[in-house]
Design a protein around this ligand. Sequence first.
Ligand SMILES: [Zn+2]
Length: 244
Amino acid sequence: MVLHTLELLKKEVPLEEESLCIPKDIKTGLVLVDIINGFCTIGAGNLAPREPNHQISEMVDESVKLSRIFCENKWPVLAFLDTHQPGKLEHPYPSHCLAGSHESNLVPALEWLEKEPNVTIRRKDCYDGYIGSIQEDGSNAFADWIKTNNIQLLLVAGICTDICVLDFVCSTLSARNRGFLAPLEEVVVYSHGCATFDFPESDARGTKDALAHPQEIMHHMGLYMAKGRGAKIAKDVTFDGLKK
Ligand SMILES: [Zn+2]
């Protein structure tokens, strides 16, 4: 039933993905969105998967692969970590990823990033990493990171495709279009490096005020909407001039 719906959806809103080969003379940055226990590790809180999930596991594996390449080459990586202060809820979601908790930290497969000199960790308390980068003095930590590193191409991976990844990509593209993010030119979302959660309609039906969130459909729509804002969607990513 869900597959059938997905097939229909892909016919009505087809998503063309490309193979991205990053040229060696283009300064590239990697943004990892919320690849933290609270969204990816089984049983780690209210918004964590309850059972093994293929799309989420693949997203983590692909993010680890990309992170290794970026760190081996000392290229810039920015990891957003969803982190909330106790008592300050993020409507409409239940309490999640509280500051100081295991939930708000990188998944075990990415914990090593914290010690890498080319990696910037940015905790944020809202969906959108661009908004979450605004600091008390009005500056934007993400925009500063782009400028300091002269990033021309931004590669984005993480969770959720249709929520935090999409919101961040939309804001970044708006800011780029207004000229705030020079020299940034291109934003690429790596589809296998993204995932969303699964809350099928059959479960939502019996839950008050719950919105159905079928994983494959919402993942597809998240990518589709990012593309509609001007992002490129890559089904694979290779690096020109790098030995694999
Ligand atoms: Zn949150």
